[in-house]
Ligand binder design. Structure first.
Ligand SMILES: Nc1nc2c(c(=O)[nH]1)N[C@H]1C(S)=C(S)[C@@H](COP(=O)(O)OP(=O)(O)OC[C@H]3O[C@@H](n4cnc5c(=O)[nH]c(N)nc54)[C@H](O)[C@@H]3O)O[C@H]1N2
Ligand SMILES: Nc1nc2c(c(=O)[nH]1)N[C@H]1C(S)=C(S)[C@@H](COP(=O)(O)OP(=O)(O)OC[C@H]3O[C@@H](n4cnc5c(=O)[nH]c(N)nc54)[C@H](O)[C@@H]3O)O[C@H]1N2
Ligand SMILES: [Mo]
Length: 817
């Protein structure tokens, strides 16, 4: 996410290097905008993660949000606008936890159980300022965690996290985080393998795949869901691509323990292969072994472009550990028949094959091995750098295959304040940072040394936490363990739109506006820059909510007289937008993309489309490397694809050895005891993580007003469970109530509860009434290389719930509100 800019630059370099290398004439842009006349349309143009939206307003109320771009595939999230603004779950006024308000330095009551008291803005700001200063002056910036990870709303100005960090910098520094929850493992391992992170990079374009690939593999990938959103705003071309792929007659193979929405979408046009969860490395090794056995691996490619295949092959053949990783071995682990594994090897080697992979497979213990092994398999097939061949790890995310446009690109709010305003001030930055998913380990072990990416680092002693734009309690694993560590903190401040579980465990809660209640702008298309969209305020703010910009600007004035002027650089909302736009316009001019002046753009109430670039549309990842590996080496020590890494060898990590390795997980189907099932926590079609869990679309998926659990019909039958039943899902870490959805569309032995359901603990029983899956997940690092989040590694038991009916109260405000 935060690497977007780097990626974009990397892409532009790659694009120009490969320009002209291909002669594809038939590439045309996928259908884009039918630019309408702007007058009397009766709606406001805005945008969110889910794309450009038309917001319909009646009598000052937001009544409907719909897609503004034409699209062939339904995007469930686009209709959520009215729910976002008017839910009962909104925080409307500044609120303080009672036991904290009474005595902030020595508070009474317990977070999560205490009631809240409404205070004035003045009081809330003053209190937050005083407590922030108390912690800072006593313990220094290392005591303040303002990493604030999360999917706050899009927009170049109202960037909740950056605005918090800008304030924290002005106050003298803070603790930040490394990596992200999304691709924690892959983004760290891939630079050792190919010299780039791959997960946030422009892919060989959708048009090139459409033109050249014969076989497309969707490995642990559910693009029909995950392309509903983008980090900036979705340009919707990815969904359009998969729509066309379905009709293309190409061979599509989906490897997923779940018959996902994508697999259902493809229907008869895709083949579904369902391995046991967490066993993809074994599956890929079975294919790899078959390739070698049949002499179908590309030795010329391996020799010229890779390093260390011999060592890996010794392991594959069992020379180094006595275990032959053949298709029979793989069948035993994955549950995929050996014959089928051999057929895959045959199909992949005979056709131009694109191995696309999602990320859920690396949000698992030893997650680093997944994308490394898939890359190794692609290298053995010898098609990396060819149009439509090789591998791609961002086709399912942010429209990674949509070609870059010639564009004027909007800059965004920064955590650093312009020097002209900070001369003579003691401005700080990040003073320590830990891998984001190690937050609980960090809070439990202040001062402890740990290994990360080949370095020894030390956890800070965090005493205060401030989040703005993240949902700590749904994002993190093992909620009960989190609550314990969290409740040791001295001060917790949260800027939130809603009464999330984290907000209900905070001392001070600032009520924040939705993006429909403020003015902003965004690029549309993380890689493509296909459009610029205004995000016009559609309605007045609910209650006393304010933007994060306003909150931190006011708090800056508390830091010192004139602080607001420094923080804002003497510019208010519309001034910032005008300046951002002017910079984009200048960039546009250089790229020969004419853009109207700001006033005209803003008043037009319309998005702008950027210029199609014929050459960029032909981009093939690794084409320049393939053309000349000496002139265009990869950023690895050898300049080649590293199947064996001497750097990793030097780290000597048992949980991340020097070549792709099958490492047996602690909790997975292979280690399950009687009655245990493996829990997957895929991303939902109806939410962006925890966002919109309260929305009207909940009715479309909730079962017994709880998060559904997908369970195989055989597993359900054994337990006497039927669709619609409330079930108790539990393990040694916790228990939740979920609504059973019995299906043949999930591998036997595994279940799925989608991530993002709000935790909602019954005060007496401690059971989560809404089915929040992270109550059950394992909070361990993927390995000590990447320390990524391993949320998809947990065993659970499931039984029919025979206790009292416990209503979900997740979306009710806490006591006192
Ligand atoms: N079990 C399991 N856990 C997972 C995952 C998984 O696959 N399985 N996935 C992980 C992944 S990949 C990710 S990225 C994380 C996602 O974790 P998060 O990004 O924390 O999830 P969101 O629910 O999107 O949280 C965003 C929060 O920001 C708030 N917000 C929105 N706009 C604004 C704003 O303008 N200002 C302020 N102050 N707040 C705002 C929203 O109300 C919401 O509470 O979860 C991770 N957790
Ligand atoms: N609608 C929607 N879109 C989103 C998000 C959202 O919350 N909602 N979140 C966004 C974010 S922040 C991210 S990081 C991405 C996440 O993108 P991903 O991480 O790719 O998404 P997941 O849903 O976790 O996993 C994708 C698929 O992998 C499958 N899978 C799980 N375990 C295994 C396994 O062991 N082996 C195999 N072969 N498959 C497995 C799941 O069943 C699922 O169909 O999505 C983004 N897009
Ligand atoms: Mo993510």
């Amino acid at each position: 996410m935060s690497n977007m800019n780097i990626s974009r630059r990397g892409f532009l370099k790659g694009a120009s290097a490969s320009a002209g290398a291909l002669a594809i004439s038939s590439i045309v842009p996928l259908p884009a905008s039918a630019s309408a006349n702007i007058s009397d349309r009766g709606y406001v143009i805005t945008a969110g993660r889910m794309g450009i939206l038309k917001a319909k307003v009646e009598d000052g109320k937001l009544v409907e949000t719909t897609n503004a771009l034409p699209q062939s595939v339904v995007n469930h999230l686009q209709s959520t606008g009215p729910s976002q603004v008017y839910t009962k779950a909104r925080v409307k006024y500044p609120m303080v936890r009672k036991g904290f308000l009474e005595n902030p330095e020595n508070p009474t009551g317990v977070r999560g159980k205490d009631e809240y008291v409404r205070v004035s803005w003045e009081k809330a700001l003053e209190l937050a300022h005083e407590q922030h200063m108390r912690i800072r002056n006593t313990y220094g910036p290392e005591a303040i965690y303002a990493g604030s990870y999360g999917w706050r709303s899009s927009g170049v100005l109202h960037d909740a996290r950056t605005l918090l960090q800008r304030y924290m910098a002005l106050a003298g520094g803070y603790v930040g985080y490394l990596g992200d929850y999304s691709t924690g493992a892959a983004q760290v391992i891939m630079p050792y393998v190919v010299g780039s992170i791959e997960v946030y990079e422009q892919q060989t374009t959708y048009p090139v795949v459409m033109e050249n690939s014969e076989v497309v593999v969707l490995w642990g990938m559910n693009p029909i869901n995950t392309l509903e959103i983008a980090w900036t705003a979705a340009d919707s071309q990815g969904l359009e691509f998969f729509h066309q792929l379905k009709k293309s007659g190409k061979t599509v193979i989906a490897i997923d323990p779940i018959r996902s929405e994508t697999i259902n979408f493809f229907g008869d046009n895709a083949q579904w292969i369902a391995p046991n969860p967490m066993t993809d490395v074994a599956l890929a090794m079975g294919i790899a072994h078959t390739l070698v056995k049949n002499k179908k691996h590309d030795e010329t490619f391996l020799k010229k472009y890779t390093q260390g295949f011999e060592q890996f092959n010794q392991y594959l053949q069992g020379d180094s550990d006595g275990i032959v990783k053949d298709s029979a071995w793989a069948e035993n682990i994955t549950g995929v028949p050996a014959k089928q594994i051999e057929v895959l090897a045959d199909i992949f080697s005979k056709n131009r094959t694109m191995l696309m992979a999602g990320w859920g497979i690396q949000r698992q213990q030893f997650g680093e091995q997944r994308h490394w092994m898939i890359t190794t398999l692609a290298a053995m097939l010898g098609q990396i750098g060819l149009p439509g061949g090789g591998f791609g790890f961002s086709y399912h995310y942010s429209n990674g295959g949509n070609p870059a446009r010639d564009a004027g690109v909007l800059p965004a709010m920064t955590a650093t304040i312009d020097e002209n305003f900070t001369a003579g001030l003691n401005v700080g930055g990040v003073v320590n940072a830990f891998p984001v998913a190690r937050i609980v380990e960090a809070m439990e072990n202040p001062g402890k040394e740990y290994q990360h990416n080949g370095q020894t680092r030390t956890f800070p002693h965090v005493r205060m936490l401030w989040t703005s734009g993240g949902a700590n309690f749904t994002q993190h694993q093992d909620t009960n363990r989190l609550v314990k560590a969290w409740n040791k903190l001295d001060v917790v401040v949260i800027n939130e739109i809603y009464w999330t579980a984290a907000a209900k465990h905070a001392d001070i809660v600032f009520p924040i506006t939705t993006s429909f209640e403020r003015n902003d702008m965004t690029m549309v298309g993380d890689y493509s820059n296909q459009f610029i969209s205004p995000m016009k305020q559609a309605v007045e703010a609910e209650g006393e909510s304010k933007s994060d910009f306003e909150v931190f600007a006011s708090l800056s004035e508390h830091l010192f007289k004139g602080g607001r002027r420094v923080y804002t650089e003497d510019r208010e909302e519309m001034d910032w937008l005008r300046d951002f736009y002017k910079k984009a316009q200048k960039g546009g001019r250089n790229a020969r993309v004419p853009m109207p002046n700001f006033t005209k753009f803003w008043e037009a109430n319309e998005y702008l489309e950027m210029k199609w670039n014929e050459e960029a549309a032909k981009f093939v990842r690794f084409a320049d490397f393939r053309k000349d590996p000496v002139l265009n080496p990869l950023g690895t020590p050898s300049g080649k694809i590293e199947i064996y890494s001497k750097t990793l060898e030097s780290y000597g990590l048992k949980d991340c050895p020097a070549h792709p390795t099958w490492l047996e997980p602690t909790e997975y189907t292979g280690s399950a005891k009687e009655g245990e099932l493996q829990l997957m926590t895929a991303h939902s079609a109806y939410r962006l993580h925890s966002q919109f869990n309260y929305a009207d679309i909940r009715k479309e998926y909730a079962i017994a007003n709880k998060e559904p659990i997908l369970i195989n019909e055989n597993d359900a039958q054994k337990r006497g469970i039927k669709t619609g039943d409330v079930v108790r899902v539990f393990n040694q870490r916790g228990q939740v109530l979920a609504g059973a959805s019995v299906t043949d569309g999930i591998k036997q032995g595994s279940v799925c509860i989608h991530e993002g359901a709000w935790p909602d603990f019954d005060p007496k029983l401690g059971i989560c009434r809404n089915g929040g899956p992270n109550v059950l997940t394992l909070d361990i690092p993927t390995s000590r290389l990447a320390n990524g989040c391993a949320a998809n590694s947990a065993l659970v038991k499931v039984e029919k719930w025979v206790g009292d009916q416990l209503e979900t109260e997740a979306f009710n405000p806490p006591k006192g509100v």
